[in-house]
Design a binder for this molecule. Structure first.
Ligand SMILES: Cc1ncc(COP(=O)(O)O)c(C=O)c1O
Length: 482
């Protein structure tokens, strides 16, 4: 769906409030030429934080590359192998340039996804007794999961809460935690540059602050990098995790750990694999790890798809972050304002948004629960099913971010302890058991997220859908009673 005519009163009001949207018109042309499949199939795609969409030209360029080359396994030095290596290394260099990372300071490790990058750090970080893994409450589970490595090595694990209603971190509390460790031990601080739940952008200034107090910093940029520039010449986290499909849709299955070389040198890999060693011996039971990224890329890298990462990066560069950012920001502002303004005839507001209500220091994802005319939250699964009937793709649940979910939905530590220690819940707990356990409390939310191919019509369609929820009543099982 193209933008409505400017005479459309809603569009006119939007343009009046956000005139800078008009400066992003190039993205409308692109939507028509590169993302035409969205409108051809009348999709309202609102899950860019789940995964961005690829431009058709990315596919064409990649397929042309594959069609015109013979690529061999890069672990050799024959001609086809060397050609594959050239493209893989070209992509690696391009990732560094894209993030303005000095190659003398940073290295890029290709992984399967952001989770793969995070696991590499977790399993290799020299946690020990007396060291600390500090992380904000609103991390993705793949950052939370690192705590298991920390626990196993007797390190302390500490969460810094995010505070309602905005779901930001209280700076004084963070400062206190950053001070409360032995700086002579390996201490790791992890946080998302942008939360995939509340879309809060946490300050990148924390990196320098934590460094000054002796911490290593892991910045999860998976939800941030799709619409915001990360300039590693300005901020220097030790580790950055990314998934490329979240940035430009294609290819899936490739992410990266962008890491400071000095920080990589501190990591201790728990094993070796094909490709990660210079020499390994069976009889002598010895191995020598290779240097830099090679020591971390287990087996054969995805050499046919890695060149598509470079194509995707060029695509983003051809648009530029300022334009993508502006478009997402203006649409998010309109979405927030209109959604939070909707009220049932009973006076009850329709939406409870978890996170900032303005576009200041926040990204383009809006986590929300819909409230019925009697003030009861409508089950997020009901909203998902209703949205699907309108061909709207959105995300529901906790988005792999349980800490933010627990805070947003008011699920207390006591309730969780009671639930997890109930007989029968020792080693298995299904999501339905969990729902029962927290006594019918809403166990998730609805997330609408915008990205580079979003337009006004998408937001308008969602707002229209939301308006359709007004004055309806839903039975406890989520079925509409109206
Ligand atoms: C903030 C954040 N970190 C990490 C991840 C994990 O990404 P992947 O599933 O691609 O490994 C996600 C995915 O949604 C995310 O939003």
């Amino acid at each position: 769906m193209v933008n409505p005519p400017e005479a459309d009163p809603e569009y006119a009001a939007f343009l009046k409030e956000y005139p800078s949207y008009a400066e992003t018109a190039q993205l409308d042309k692109l939507r028509a030429s590169e993302y035409a499949r969205l409108d051809a199939a009348e999709h309202i795609y609102l899950d860019y934080t789940g995964g961005s969409l690829y431009a058709e030209s990315q596919l064409r360029q990649h397929h042309e590359l594959l069609r015109s080359h013979v690529f061999g396994n890069p672990h050799s030095s024959n001609p086809t192998s060397l050609d594959a290596t050239r493209f893989v290394e070209g992509a690696r260099e391009h990732v560094l340039r894209f993030f303005k990372a000095d190659p003398a300071e940073y290295d890029v490790i290709f992984t399967q996804n952001a989770s793969g990058a995070l696991k590499l750090v977790g399993e290799s970080y020299p946690f020990a007794q007396g060291s600390c893994y500090l992380l904000t409450f609103d991390n993705h589970n793949s950052v939370n999961g690192i705590r298991e490595f920390a626990h196993a090595r007797q390190a302390q694990v500490t969460y810094v809460p995010v505070v309602l209603p905005d779901m930001r971190v209280d700076e004084a509390t963070l400062e206190d935690h950053l001070h409360r460790v032995d700086p002579s031990r390996p201490n790791l601080f992890a946080y998302p540059a942008q939360s995939n739940f509340s879309s809060v952008m946490h300050p990148l200034e924390w990196i320098q602050r934590a460094h000054a107090l002796g911490w290593d910093v892991l910045l999860d940029a998976a939800a941030f990098a799709p619409t915001n520039e990360l300039d590693l010449s300005q901020v220097s986290p030790d580790f950055v995790s990314l998934s490329f499909y979240k940035m430009f849709g294609y290819p899936t299955g490739i992410g990266a750990l962008v890491a400071r070389r000095a920080a990589l040198a501190k990591l201790r890999r728990p094993w070796f694999a094909g490709g990660t060693i210079t020499v390994a011996s069976v009889q002598a039971d010895r191995y020598y790890l290779a240097d830099g990224h090679q020591a971390f890329e287990d087996g054969t890298v995805d050499y046919l798809n890695i060149p598509a990462v470079e194509i995707g990066l060029r695509h983003l560069e051809s648009l530029g972050y300022p334009m993508i950012h502006e478009r997402v920001k203006t649409l998010t502002g309109w979405l927030l304002k209109n959604l939070t303004g909707m009220r049932h005839a009973s006076g009850v507001p329709l939406a409870r948004v978890y996170g900032p209500l303005t576009t200041d220091k926040r990204g383009g994802a809006v986590a929300v629960n819909f409230i019925d005319r009697n003030g009861a939250a409508i089950d997020h699964r009901t909203i998902e099913a209703e949205a699907a009937r309108s061909n709207i793709s959105l995300r529901t649940g906790c988005f792999c971010n349980p800490g933010a979910g627990e805070i947003a939905l008011g699920i207390s530590r006591v309730e969780l302890d009671v639930c997890f220690t109930q007989p029968g819940h020792e080693s298995r707990l299904s999501l339905d058991d969990f729902r029962l356990c927290i006594d019918g409390k809403n166990s998730g939310a609805v997330r609408v997220s915008l990205g580079l191919a979003s337009n006004f019509r998408d937001v308008q369609a969602f707002l229209h859908f939301a308006r359709g929820m007004l004055n309806r009543e839903f039975a406890a099982n989520g079925a509409s009673a109206f």
